[in-house]
Design a protein around this ligand. Structure first.
Ligand SMILES: [Zn+2]
Length: 506
């Protein structure tokens, strides 16, 4: 026999299309050709596979070897094809039997010693193998990750020799079963935050309805402290959400951590992070922070300091929950259903409205600063909340806040009401369904009409107020959203993009 086929997977966004690794070993002058890999990766793959074969005690077949990775037009990185190429060469040259190959898929990078190295994107590939009814042979380092795909058959191998022993029927490989331990983390507790009742309340509303939230206030008022505490009050992830988040994280190099499986992502990229790091990109395309925060929280501290272009790009995933990355001829689509939390100072120096009166920023400077957050982006932020500075004397009098566990109980109950009623969180209620599910009482309707005119609310902002009012009603276990709920929701749209219209001025 001189032709052998081993199956593997490529990665294109979240998809892991099947790749056939066809190896032909024939007579003729010694020569190795690999078709279907980018030019520069061919030599690397060939050298690694050749060294691994020698070091595992196998022969490199004499004569002409042709390796074809089909289909040819898929984006392929060489590393993970080392193992299927090696198996294909061994099978084509009769050094291992071919009998099991049709039921198996392989992925893994070979060290020169023949050991198998970790690869990324394992989870997405495992789902592909499972769909096609094959067993997936992977490096032991990523076997736990692969086994998260419930029902998939995953075999873990440490070396090329172990894989060959399995194919020869000598020593079967260990089957890996999913056993993700129920993890919990010691999240920082809300009880550490003194005072700031308004901001705490807004955080609770945001957590309950999965709403986006912007804190505006001087340094030292606890904006960041509050934001980082949302992890401790959000409802636990469902199994499905946990798996979705893990698949995306697994696509990023070093992005997946088994010890954090089932914990809601909380990503807090620095404002100096590059556009690619934030929204994704590169070749082949990698998910960015917006996707690593999928089903979790994306926290942007010092919002106006972020690259303005990047902030505008955020609008797409905030609406659709996905991001499309186009690089050269390739396009990749990644999920990015994150909850946005952001914080900013009220002015360039940070102290506008501070009790010390130390801000000397001009109205024009403040307006310029705030205009870095565009109207359309601000429009998409459900809750905009001022976090005032408190004098040390006032702070002394403040009691410790309520603990996160108590807040979380209310959040979970409110979230369950939403899911029972409409199947999605209030933040994700489609525009056409808002009115039906919000159940606005007549006086609430009247108040909203009046306010919409007075505040010149856009149609989008109007819908956001209704969604937030619905969440506030859910927190109160009210069937109808009443006047008080709408009034509170309107209060969360108080942040003025320009200083001229700002209630706190400068
Ligand atoms: Zn200032």
């Amino acid at each position: 026999m001189c032709l052998a086929v081993a199956f593997s997977r490529a990665l294109a966004g979240l998809d892991a299309p099947l790749v056939r690794v066809e190896v032909n070993a024939g007579g003729g002058l010694p020569c190795t050709t690999i078709v279907g890999l980018p030019e520069k990766e061919v030599r690397e793959a060939r050298d690694r596979v050749r060294a691994a074969l020698y070091n595992a005690g196998f022969d490199w077949p004499a004569g002409r070897i042709t390796v074809n990775l089909a289909p040819a037009d898929l984006p392929k990185e060489s590393g993970r094809f080392d193992l299927p190429i090696a198996i294909g060469i061994l099978a084509a040259s009769g050094q291992v039997p071919q009998r099991l190959l049709p039921q198996l898929e392989f992925a893994g990078e070979l060290a020169l010693s023949g050991e198998l190295r970790a690869i990324h994107g394992t989870l997405a590939m495992t789902f592909g193998a499972q769909r096609d009814g094959r067993t997936f042979v992977v490096p032991e380092a990523v076997a736990g990750e692969a086994a998260l795909a419930r029902g998939a058959r995953v075999l873990a191998a440490r070396t090329l020799l172990e894989v060959c022993a399995h194919l020869k029927g000598v020593t079967p490989l260990r089957e890996c079963k999913a056993a993700p331990a129920a993890v919990s983390e010691e999240a920082p507790d809300l009880c550490d935050v003194l005072g700031q009742h308004g901001a705490r309340r807004a955080l609770e509303v945001a957590a309950a309805g999965a709403h986006s939230l912007l804190f505006v206030g001087p340094p030292g008022t606890g904006k960041t402290m509050l934001a980082t505490r949302i992890a401790g009050i959000l409802p636990p992830m469902t199994d499905e959400e946990a798996l979705e988040a893990a698949v995306v994280q697994s696509l990023a190099r070093g992005g997946f951590r088994a010890d954090r499986f089932g914990l809601r992502p909380f990503r807090a990229p620095h404002h100096t992070a590059s556009g690619i790091a934030l929204v994704g990109g590169g070749s082949p395309p990698q998910p960015g922070e917006v996707s690593l925060a999928h089903r979790g929280v994306l926290f942007l501290d010092e919002l106006p300091e972020f690259n303005r272009h990047v902030l505008e790009v955020l609008r797409e995933p905030m609406e659709s929950g996905r991001i499309t990355i186009s690089r050269a001829a390739r396009q990749a689509d990644f999920p990015a259903r994150f909850q946005l939390l952001a914080a900013m100072n009220p002015c360039p120096c940070g102290y506008a409205g501070h009790y010390t009166g130390r801000c000397r920023c001009s109205a024009a400077a403040i307006a310029r600063y705030r205009s870095r957050i565009s109207g359309p982006l601000l429009d998409r932020i459900d809750l905009q909340v001022e976090v005032p500075a408190v004098s040390p004397a006032d702070l002394q009098r403040r009691a410790r806040g309520e603990a996160s566990s108590a807040v979380r109980d209310r959040v979970v109950a409110a979230r369950e009401r939403q899911l029972r009623r409409q199947g999605v969180t209030n933040a994700l209620l489609p525009a056409g369904h808002v009115d039906r599910h919000a159940c606005l009482a007549a006086p609430a309707r009247a108040l909203l009409r009046e306010a919409a005119g007075a505040l010149a609310l856009s149609a989008r902002a109007h819908q956001r107020v209704v969604r937030v009012a619905r969440t506030i009603a859910d927190l109160a276990d009210a069937a109808e959203a009443g006047e008080a709920h709408v009034a509170e929701a309107l209060g969360y749209r108080g942040f003025a993009p320009t200083a001229a219209a700002s209630p706190q001025g400068g």
